[in-house]
Design a protein around this ligand. Structure first.
Ligand code: AR6
Length: 171
């Protein structure tokens, strides 16, 4: 089941939340900053051991002080017009995150809208890519039972739900 919800991803009681991180994995602004603040300093210490992460990929840590058990740190592309493989790199983030759910027995997962804030990826386009990859993983027999796509504003929620409706699943 895929649900689009509005809220603060750091509050969700799920097996894993996904972070919109950068290549250093050492924290930043936006949802990354919020996740690091809520998880406490042990998250930064764990991230420092990971040696960074390439764009389009993802790495996993514990959730520490978060209600979520794990954080999957995914590095989305910076939008620079669409000619630098941004679509493929964003899709690859979602695929990498869904792959980690298989390896770590994750049944419930929440994604923020990766790359659509500081990295400026066009929002509606990002929603379509996210849902394509999420539904592909579910169709291929993923163990995940529940996926939340978390929006931070009413406007984003409305757009994301409109895109979900085009995938044939009721909102
Ligand atoms: N819960 C859910 N969504 C949120 C939250 C929250 N607490 N806070 C922000 N968003 P961004 P990016 C939404 O900028 O574009 C960092 O510095 C926000 O409205 O967090 O991938 C990293 O270290 C937007 O829709 O991530 C990188 O350097 C979405 O989360 C860079 O920003 C993603 O916005 C990554 O940029």
């Amino acid at each position: 089941m895929v649900e689009i919800i509005k809220g603060d991803i750091t509050k969700l009681e799920v097996d894993a939340i996904v972070n919109a991180a950068n290549c250093t994995l050492l924290g930043g602004g936006g949802v990354d900053g919020a996740i690091h603040r809520a998880a406490g300093p042990r998250l930064q210490a764990a991230c420092a051991m990971l040696g960074g992460c390439v764009t389009g990929s993802a790495k996993l840590t514990q959730g520490y002080d978060l209600p979520a058990h794990y954080v999957i740190h995914a590095v989305g592309p910076v939008w620079s017009g669409g000619g630098k493989h941004e679509d493929e790199l964003l899709a690859s983030c979602y695929r990498s995150a869904m792959q980690l759910t298989e390896e770590h027995r994750i049944n419930t997962i929440a994604f923020p809208c990766i790359s659509t804030g500081i990295y400026r990826f066009p929002f509606e386009r990002a929603c379509g890519i996210a849902l394509s990859e999420i539904f592909r993983a579910l169709d291929e027999g993923s163990r995940v039972k529940q996926v939340y796509c978390v929006c931070f504003s009413d406007e984003d929620l409305e757009v994301y739900q409109k895109v979900l409706a085009t995938f044939g699943q009721p909102t």
